[in-house]
Design a protein around this ligand. Structure first.
Ligand SMILES: Cc1cc2nc3c(=O)[nH]c(=O)nc-3n(C[C@H](O)[C@H](O)[C@H](O)COP(=O)(O)OP(=O)(O)OC[C@H]3O[C@@H](n4cnc5c(N)ncnc54)[C@H](O)[C@@H]3O)c2cc1C
Length: 526
């Protein structure tokens, strides 16, 4: 029996036997972050996710660790300050999957005056502490490389810093750290019902891999199901939560690269929204996002032709190379679970979160997460634990701000030095593969390579630089079960390989399913 299967079998046996401290429902960034924090404070935790880790909103973001420059226009100073403070904390904890990113805002005087942008950037610089990130500046686009791909007429621009994150891997690394600190992570396991029996939750879980259901008991329950937060409360817990979410679909398109430097663009639109154009996966540009009211199944969210056109038109206002829907090589959509407020305009709805804790004396606590951002997940987890502490009879002290995520213990957070050392030690690794491995796995690359001394030791080749050693690691250690998990979430190799790689992987993976072919077909059709 494989390591992953044995781990799951032991965890399931313990589930029926013991009363856990906390059952966390939802393996997006918020559930994984809360599970990690709890496990590190010694609590016994199970994290259950109905699909793969980061299957939904947490792999569909713009992938920015940012304060949110545009939120300043909505006077969201405390959210911006909290998020800005997290940038460098997260950069230091995972310098392999999170990196500084410089943004260029080409100036369009008909949209916002230069003085307003300068004042906003000054505030942005001042609100957040910076050690690693450079401050804002004005830029002459006739001289700066970022001016070259732009249409004539953009003479002036502004530069500022935020950070970029591999969102799906951030979730996996939080789950992995939780698991290494004693938590049990059950993917493809749905929470179908939970009922309070005094001081304990009696929970029913249903796994895709096994017929029938399993029972678990937990002293506290966390509803971190993102856009499903109200559904879980209503359908599985038979409750009506006080908070509510407003669903906003956001879509991105990926096109062959529109520029050749490593800055991103923040593009202003006449509707006052902003759209990012970000260097992506070496050969591509990621453009997004949209903001569309949504009331369908969050799992079925997909880009519409109107959204695709909107994003192409925005890019075409700025870049010399004109793009059309036919140039889109991939797209993805996610549903923002926004906190319901009075705003009519979706873009104005707060991106902050609300934690609702129902923990009357003698009753097992229920903590529900509404809204939030990737950027603030660690702070959200700390606040969640503060709220749960009393119901659990106390938890340890906050610890996550200075502790690296798996693979993130890179000296001085200096990624390029780390990569150079890896290349010196393994000169047989092709440069692009060494860089990809170092970015994805950080110092865990040693475990993934498992003593390989030449490319032939990495085993069967699936195409696009994917070898058996990596597939084996992802299945054994990172809960990957299907080709889609590997090609579209643990990596973005799906962008670089053809359908034959997915087919070969599907044949290798026992749990390979129809999703794989669906996702690959989508990429090929787009
Ligand atoms: C288009 C877009 C762009 C964004 N860009 C950014 C950005 O650049 N920076 C940033 O900081 N934030 C960004 N965000 C916000 C961020 O992505 C979300 O706030 C965050 O991912 C929400 O995470 P979550 O864990 O709450 O939800 P999710 O990631 O959706 O996770 C919830 C999980 O719960 C699972 N689940 C549901 N029901 C059950 C059940 N019954 N049993 C078990 N599991 C269940 C689901 O399968 C799902 O995986 C963006 C969001 C969108 C949509």
């Amino acid at each position: 029996m494989g390591e992953a299967k044995a781990r799951r079998r032991d965890a399931l046996a313990a589930l029926g036997r013991d009363t856990l401290d906390v059952l966390v429902v939802g393996g997006g960034i918020n559930g994984a972050g809360i599970a990690r924090d709890l496990a590190g404070r010694g609590a016994s935790v199970v994290l259950c996710e109905k699909d793969d880790l980061a299957s939904h909103t947490s792999s569909s973001s713009t992938k920015l660790v940012h304060g949110g420059l545009r939120y300043l226009e909505y006077y969201e100073f405390s959210l911006v300050k909290k998020a800005l403070a997290e940038r460098e904390v997260l950069l230091k904890s995972a310098p392999h999957i999170i990196r500084p990113l410089r943004f260029v805002m080409p100036h369009d005087r008909s949209l916002r005056p230069a003085w307003l942008i300068r004042a906003g950037l000054l505030l942005y610089d001042r609100l957040g502490k910076r050690q690693l990130l450079a401050g804002s500046a004005s830029v002459d686009l006739h001289k700066h490389p970022a001016g070259k791909p732009l249409r004539a007429g953009f003479a002036k621009g502004f530069l500022y810093s935020d950070a970029w994150v591999d969102d799906a891997r951030l979730v996996v690394l939080n789950a992995l750290d939780a698991s290494e600190r004693g938590a049990t992570v059950l993917t493809r396991t749905r929470c179908v019902s939970a009922r309070r029996a005094g001081a304990v939750w009696e929970v029913t879980l249903q796994s895709l891999a096994h017929a029938g259901t399993r029972s678990a008991k937990a002293r506290a329950l966390v509803n971190a199901t993102g856009p499903w937060v109200v559904d879980l409360a209503r359908d599985a817990l038979a409750m009506t939560p006080k908070g509510n979410v407003r669903m906003a679909k956001g879509s991105h398109i990926v096109v062959r690269k529109l520029f050749d430097h490593d800055c991103a663009y923040i593009l202003q639109n006449p509707d006052r929204r902003i759209v990012f154009a970000i260097p992506y996966e070496g050969d591509f540009t990621l453009i997004g996002t949209t903001d569309v009211e949504y009331d369908g199944d969050p799992a079925a969210a997909a880009i519409s032709l109107d959204e695709t056109r909107y994003l192409c038109e925005t890019a075409n206002r700025y870049f010399e190379r004109v793009i059309a829907p036919g140039d889109v090589v991939w797209s993805f959509s996610g549903v923002r679970p926004l906190l319901e407020d009075e705003s009519k305009d979706l873009s104005a709805v707060t991106r902050d979160y609300l934690l609702e804790c129902d923990a009357a004396a003698g009753r097992a606590p229920l903590l529900s997460v509404f809204g939030g951002k990737i950027t603030t997940y660690r702070r959200l987890a700390e606040e969640a634990l503060d709220l749960l502490a009393a119901g659990l009879g106390g938890v340890g002290a906050a610890w996550t701000s200075g502790v690296p995520l798996p693979g993130g213990d890179i000296a001085d957070a200096d990624f390029e030095r780390f990569l150079a050392a890896l290349q010196r030690q393994r000169p047989w690794l092709p440069a692009n593969l060494a860089r990809r491995y170092a970015r994805a796995y950080g110092t865990r690359v040693e475990r993934m390579l498992a003593g390989a001394r030449g490319i032939e030791d990495l085993g069967a080749a699936y195409g696009g630089g994917l070898y058996e050693a990596e597939v084996d690691y992802l299945v054994r250690v990172e809960w990957a079960a299907t080709a889609e998990d590997i090609l579209w979430r643990r990596s973005k190799l799906g962008l670089h390989v053809g359908p034959e790689t997915a087919e070969r992987l599907a044949a290798r993976l026992p749990a390979a399913d129809a999703m794989t072919t669906r996702e690959m077909r989508h990429a090929a059709d787009a």
